[in-house]
Design a protein around this ligand. Structure first.
Ligand SMILES: [Zn+2]
Length: 232
């Protein structure tokens, strides 16, 4: 089932408070139109009825996609600093829904699901897109860390992220994007050979993989957000 809740939003342009329908959960197998809306960045876009300002509701949504094998909990960008606490909560929610604490039939479904935690729409859209393209999101995060070393002009700062937006036969298309506003700061293409190099060299990346996959927030930002999970 896909669930929507009425939520009151104050327009940042004209201060009018309006009720909108915010998605609490999305079942993409029953509502493939919602999967498509997430992929084409129209999901939860609304218009202020008072001044016609285009707004986007923040994600606070659980996403289930058995067809693509993805279960995802998406939170607003401003909560990224709480990722360790949220990883624990979201893992518990997954365990109750489709994991070790769920019924045998739910666990059958869960066995084919990759659980993830994301912050903001660009990250959610990317996880879904990569899954659809058959690309391993862990290797993509490794590639991003590799690219940071090669890109001296990278606009790396809090609130700005590197996301894959498209893929061709030869290349991956990346953007540096401001998470909250979704403003694109830079775009570039990366030859797929770099991805193959990492995929073929997993031993050298084993420690990075361990760091990225410790918890459901699989994102290179966790490598530099605070002390991480192993802090004393
Ligand atoms: Zn307005």
């Amino acid at each position: 089932m896909s669930l929507f809740e009425t939520t009151s939003i104050q327009c940042p342009a004209c201060d009018t408070v309006t009720d909108f329908q915010a998605a609490g959960s999305v079942n993409a197998d029953r509502r493939p139109d919602l999967r498509e809306a997430i992929l084409d960045n129209t999901f939860q876009n609304v218009i202020c009825p008072s001044c016609n300002e285009a707004l986007r509701l923040e994600p606070v949504v659980n996403y289930l996609d058995v067809e693509l094998g993805l279960w995802l909990a998406a939170y607003p960008p401003r909560q990224i600093g709480d990722y360790l606490t949220l990883e624990n909560e979201v893992q518990a929610l997954f365990d109750e829904s489709y994991g070790t604490a769920s019924s045998a039939s739910a666990q059958d479904v869960g066995a084919a699901l990759v659980p993830r935690l994301t912050f903001g729409w660009p990250a959610m859209r990317e996880k879904l897109f990569l899954r659809q393209q058959g690309l391993d999101d862990v290797v993509i995060e490794m590639l991003k860390l590799d690219l940071l070393r090669r890109l001296p002009e990278a606009p790396l700062r809090a609130g700005v992220e590197l996301r894959v937006t498209d893929v061709t036969d030869a290349a991956l298309r990346f953007v540096w994007i401001e998470t909250a506003s979704e403003d694109i700061l830079q775009a570039f293409e990366c030859n797929k050979a770099l991805l193959v190099e990492i995929t073929d060299n997993q031993d050298a990346w084993a420690e990075v993989r361990r760091g990225l996959t410790q918890g459901l927030f699989v994102d290179m930002q966790k490598m530099y957000l605070g002390a991480g999970r192993n802090a004393a």
